[in-house]
Design a protein around this ligand. Structure first.
Ligand code: NAD
Length: 290
């Protein structure tokens, strides 16, 4: 069985080049595409994510504004920041940097209610696709903003001509930002979709039936070789830090013995997330047209 590594860096590069062309076309029409990011507190991982997004915007010619709120900010301050960005006609995309997944099991700093903040974002500017309006649109097959990571996975499958129609896709994970939208996108692409999660019984029996296996669990090396059908496409969404290095949710060494296609970590899905954020921001700016 020969293995093809899915090169997220290469695919993302093309999307970023395309984003730069779209940004330039908008700028020539007098519209400066503009993404605003709100980050509360000084969580170092959040700061790194925000800096990466800022750099990618600048390279693509997208204006980026970072609103840094202090660790001590209140719910009201956070919400007013969103309301002000909603009203700001120069802003096309808004995102609130959520705490990284590895921190989500800790109580949120100062008890800030993220759900309430996300619900306040104008759905037309919700380039992360986390607002219930956009989640509902995805569910009902209407155009809207789609969360960047699962959207990036679909673009990787397309780039490698991996068929989805009639294939059995198994998604491990049911979060609102990865697992659930991933399942919806695969369903819309005519796959037969199974969603597995922490309460799933006989997980390996199910994953072994997958033509396309997407791991979004948040546990290093969770998917082992015996869980993979020979010849499957294995998409590793996981980003876990183990002894200072990044490791996926899939045991890559074992998966490489079984899979026909496999995404590396790093250099796989993660590369696509930012590329899709640029693309969503440009969609917003093109739609808005000012
Ligand atoms: P999450 O913690 O919100 O969700 C994890 C999911 O895994 C849950 O739905 C849970 O039911 C499931 N799960 C946990 N233990 C399980 C088990 N033993 N068996 C089966 N399912 C189990 O995490 P998330 O936000 O969906 O992120 C998942 C992973 O993807 C993390 O590693 C995260 O860092 C990574 N991630 C990567 C990107 C990227 O750009 N590549 C973006 C977002 C998230």
């Amino acid at each position: 069985m020969s293995l093809t590594w899915i090169d997220g860096r290469e695919v993302a590069k093309k999307w970023k080049e395309n984003a730069a062309q779209r940004a330039q076309a908008l700028t020539e029409k007098g519209v400066t595409p503009h993404l605003a990011v709100i980050v509360a507190g000084d969580n170092p991982a959040s700061q790194v994510y925000v800096r990466n997004k800022e750099n990618a915007c600048l390279r693509a010619g997208i204006r980026s504004t970072i609103l840094r709120l202090p660790e001590s900010c209140t719910q009201e301050e956070l919400e007013s920041a969103v309301v002000a960005l909603n009203a700001d006609q120069s802003v096309h995309g808004i995102l609130v940097q959520l705490p990284p997944v590895s921190y989500t099991h800790l109580p949120l700093p100062k008890g800030l209610d993220e759900a309430r903040v996300l619900a306040l974002i104008d759905p037309e500017k919700d380039v992360d696709g986390f607002h219930a309006m956009n989640a509902g649109k995805l569910m009902s097959g209407q155009p809207g903003f789609v969360p960047c990571t699962p959207l990036g996975v679909m673009k990787l499958l397309e780039a490698y001509n991996i068929p989805t129609r009639g294939r059995h896709a198994v998604v491990i994970g049911r979060s609102n930002i990865v697992g659930k939208p991933m399942a919806m996108l695969l369903l819309a692409a005519d796959a037969t979709v199974t969603v597995c999660h922490s309460k799933t019984e006989n997980l390996a029996d199910i994953t072994r039936q997958a033509d396309i296996l997407v791991a979004a669990v948040g546990k290093a090396n969770f998917v082992t070789g015996d869980m993979i059908k020979p010849g499957a496409t294995v998409i590793d969404v996981g980003i876990n830090r183990v002894d200072g290095t990044l490791v996926g949710d899939v045991n890559a060494e074992e998966a490489a013995q079984k899979a026909a296609y496999l995404t590396p970590v790093p250099g796989g899905v993660g590369q696509m997330t930012i590329a899709m954020l640029l693309s969503n921001t440009l969609d917003a700016a093109e739609r808005h047209g000012r």
